[in-house]
Design a protein around this ligand. Sequence first.
Ligand code: BDR
Ligand code: CA
Length: 353
Amino acid sequence: MKFVWLDCDPGHDDATAIMLALHCPNIRLLGISTVHGNASAENTNNNAARCLYAFAAAEHIRICPGATKPLLRPERHDPEIHGADGLGGVEGLPPADSPEVQARLQGDEVTTEARTVRALEGMAQTIEQWWKRGCGYKMTVVSTGPMTNIALFVSAYPDLVQCIEEFVFMGGGVGVGNRSSCAEFNILCDPEAAQIVLNVPVKKVMIPLNVTHTAIVTQSIHRRLLNPNVSPSPDGTLPPAATPLRHMLSTLLNFFTESYKSTFGFMDGPPLHDALTIAYVAMPELFTCRRYRVDVELSGEYTAGETVVDVWNYRACDDSWGRNGKNCLVAESVDVEGFFKLFLECVERCDDV
Ligand code: BDR
Ligand code: CA
C-alpha cells in the first residue's frame, strides 16, 4: 500500500489524478493540498473539494489550501487551457458554494496569510502521524502543480524529509516546453520552488512532457470511457454516457480536447499529464526511467524555467538524491495501453461506490 499526499492545482488533468488517487486499489490518499497555478488558489482549492465530492471520496480526506503565489515571481494562471475557474466546461460538478462542497471545505474562511500555513501544517501533521504509527509508514508526496507548497514544506520541516518515501512530480521536459519555448507550465510558474525541491535529499521521480505527451485520450479511449460495453460506431460518433460520472469526465475531456487543439494543435486528443504521476505510484512497472542530474534554469533570458536534464552526466558529483547528485529518476516512456487500462478501471471502481 502506498500512502499518498497530493499537492495539486485542479485543473482538468489534476482532477483525473485525484480520481486515480482515490480509486487505485494500492493507494491510500491521506490528504490534498492546493496551490496557485492553473487558476487562482481559491479556485483550485474549491475545485479540489468539488472533485472529492464528485469522486465519492471518504469524508475524512482533508483539503488544505496552500500558497496563492510563487516564491518570487508574479502569479500566472492558464485560462486558455483550463478556463477561468480552472475546470472550464465540466458538467455535473457541484458548485463551489453548494452545501456538499462547503462541507468538504469545512466552511473555512481562510485568509491569504493563513493559507500556506494550512498546507504546510496539514502535510506535516499527516506525515508525522503516519510515521509514528509504529511501523514507520513513509509518505509518497505527489505534485501536479507549481511546487511552492512543497518547497516551503521542506524548508520549514527539514526533519520530516526523512519520512518521505519519494517525491513524484509532473513537470518539466527533456528539451521541450509548453508554456515557453523550453519551459513546462508547472516549473515555469515557480522555478525557484522547483529548484529547492530538486536539491532535497529524497528520491525524486519526474514525469516530463516527453512522456505525458504520449498519453493521449484518443476518440477510442473517450468512447470506452463513455460506455465500455458499446462497440465503435462506423461513423465514429460517441455513445451517450452510461453514468453521470462518465458524463462528467466526458465533458471534462471535451473541454481539454478543444484547448489542446486550439492552443497546441493536438488533433488526436489531449494528454492526461497529471494522472501519470498517480499511475507511476500505483504501477511503476508501466514506466521506464533513467536517473539524471536535473536543475532548473533560473536566470536565462529565453530559458527561465527550463529543466536542464544532464543526459551526458556533466554535473553530478556523487550518488545522492540531493544537491550534488543525480537527483531525479526521469521517466522516459510509459506503457500507454496499460495506463489507460488502469484509468478506465478506476472510473469503473468510482462508478461502483
Ligand atoms: C501541467 O500544467 C497544467 O496545465 C496541467 O495541469 C499539468 O499539471 C502540464 O504542463
Ligand atoms: Ca496540474
